[in-house]
Design a protein around this ligand. Structure first.
Ligand SMILES: Cc1cc2nc3c(=O)[nH]c(=O)nc-3n(C[C@H](O)[C@H](O)[C@H](O)COP(=O)(O)O)c2cc1C
Length: 452
């Protein structure tokens, strides 16, 4: 197989603004308040200056906790994404506004209406990141508990998305009166009912708003299982992928393109944007030193204890993070991924892992804190000078491994200011990044085909 090469490929950038999460070092004095409209406005306008495709919000319907305690480094709570993006639509002009919303606990007619409203009011800049939300614990908010096993969640997600698409295309293009002389604002017969009657989605609805200038919200998808990839191949315009390492990205792109072909879609009808953290320095050494600082700040003493508690399955709060690993044996029972905090690859084999960690910490005399900083996987982080990272990203897109990245900031707004002021110009110099917005809708920024 020859590697494809496209010398004109462009880097598309979004920011995945998690709000809640260990990446954000909220303790740093340089940060702006995390649940203030001024901060969101400043960030969105900064990204617009950097000609980003999208400002992208995750969804967390419950604050993360462990052993009944809220994580010390998580920002406690974040505003609802669609509400927040509606406010930002009024203070920005071009940037795409993407809300993560799950298909397990929402209702199709309601969510489709809210997303269509954001799309209309932002004049074609809305996106929806479709997730199934993989924990029973969020379900407690909705009297649903662990409602729907994993694969059935994707069945519902597929029907949910198909229903939303049907609602969004249910107004004929010329349905709205174009003159004051018309007899009615919406032409009779031009707005169609949508009906669905399965055990997962049941409704008889009529959309309340016409389509925006981009036709419908752009569909993102996040979730890496077979069911997740199939959903992306059938319906997504963009995948928010977890496959950031180059070799994984190449394999993932080939898999996804084969799935697209099987579903009768062009390989170019989907953009792949994996998550990325970026740590820049004026020299390679400075960047590495900054990355070390970031990691130390991200993994605090209490977080190291919380990390171990998930494997020991017991309260370890009495242990000193600067002391040795707990001598006690872990409680029996499965690892509990329901708080959404255990890295996927670590969800099995806890006894073997604990034995490995004990051996490592004894051999090198590591404290709990030192060990956890060592063994927590360092995902998706690009560390280097702006020129080094621009070279690397240009290679990624020109070899079609990805179409760009969704950046998760570690300091707000300074780490994003660095990207906009230092990395973007390097990408532009290489001809791999726009020098002005060519279009006004999110679909145009992503160079996606117009939906049928
Ligand atoms: C990169 C990425 C970002 C995600 N962001 C969110 C999120 O903000 N909120 C959420 O509830 N789930 C999020 N998810 C998880 C989804 O809920 C996903 O449906 C879940 O992981 C189960 O899918 P999977 O088994 O196919 O990975 C994310 C997943 C990935 C891979």
């Amino acid at each position: 197989m020859t590697t494809p090469y496209d010398p004109n490929a462009q880097v598309h950038l979004g920011v995945f603004y998690t709000g809640v999460g260990p990446q954000l070092i909220w303790t740093s004095t340089g940060n702006k308040p995390h649940v203030a409209i001024e901060t969101f406005t400043e960030v969105a306008q900064l990204l617009e200056r950097g000609l980003f495709d999208a400002f992208f919000l995750g969804e967390g319907l419950r604050v993360r906790e462990n052993q009944g305690r809220i994580y010390d480094l998580d920002v406690a709570g974040r505003p609802d994404a669609i509400t927040q993006l509606s406010a930002l639509a009024a203070v920005t002009e071009r940037i795409g506004l993407v809300a993560t919303q799950n298909t397990t606990y929402n209702y199709p007619a309601d969510l489709a209406r809210r997303l269509a409203s954001l799309d209309l009011l932002s004049d074609g800049r809305a996106g929806w990141n479709v997730v199934t939300t993989d924990n029973a614990w969020t379900g407690a908010n909705f009297r649903h508990g662990g409602w729907l096993p994993h694969e059935r969640r994707y069945e519902r997600a597929t029907e949910f998305v198909e229903t939303a698409k049907a609602l969004w295309s249910s107004w004929e293009p010329d349905a709205v009166a174009d003159s004051a002389e018309a007899k009615s604002w919406a032409r009779p017969g031009a707005v169609h009912d949508v009906q669905k009657d399965s055990d997962l989605v049941r409704l008889h609805a009529r959309a309340t708003v016409p389509a925006s200038r981009q036709g419908r919200p752009v569909l993102f998808q996040a979730g890496d299982s077979d069911g997740g990839r199939e959903l992306a191949a059938r319906h997504a315009d963009v995948v928010f992928s977890a496959n950031t390492d180059y070799d994984k990205a190449v394999v993932y792109a080939a898999d996804l393109r084969a799935r697209l072909t099987r579903h009768g879609r062009s390989p170019d009808s989907l953009r792949i944007l994996p998550g990325a953290s970026v740590i820049l320095g004026d020299t390679p050494e400075e960047a590495v030193e900054r990355a070390r600082w970031v990691r130390e700040e991200q993994i605090s003493g209490p977080r190291a204890i919380a990390f171990l508690e998930q494997y020991w399955n017991t309260d370890l709060s009495a242990y000193d993070p600067n002391g040795p690993l707990p001598g006690i044996e872990p409680s029996e029972g499965e690892l509990d991924p329901s708080r959404g905090t255990i890295p996927i690859e670590r969800r099995t084999g806890k006894h073997a892992l604990i034995a490995e960690w004990r051996a490592l910490s004894e051999a090198e005399n590591l404290s709990i804190l030192q060990l956890v900083r060592r063994v927590t996987p360092e995902h998706r982080t690009f560390v280097g000078t702006p020129s080094q990272i621009a070279d690397e990203w240009t290679h990624y897109v020109r070899t079609r491994a990805v179409d760009g990245f969704n950046i998760t900031p570690h300091l707000v707004p300074s780490s994003l200011e660095d990207v906009v002021d230092k990395l973007v110009p390097e990408l532009q110099e290489r001809g791999a990044y726009r020098t002005a917005y060519e279009g006004t809708t999110l679909r145009e920024h992503l160079a996606l085909p117009t939906p049928a």
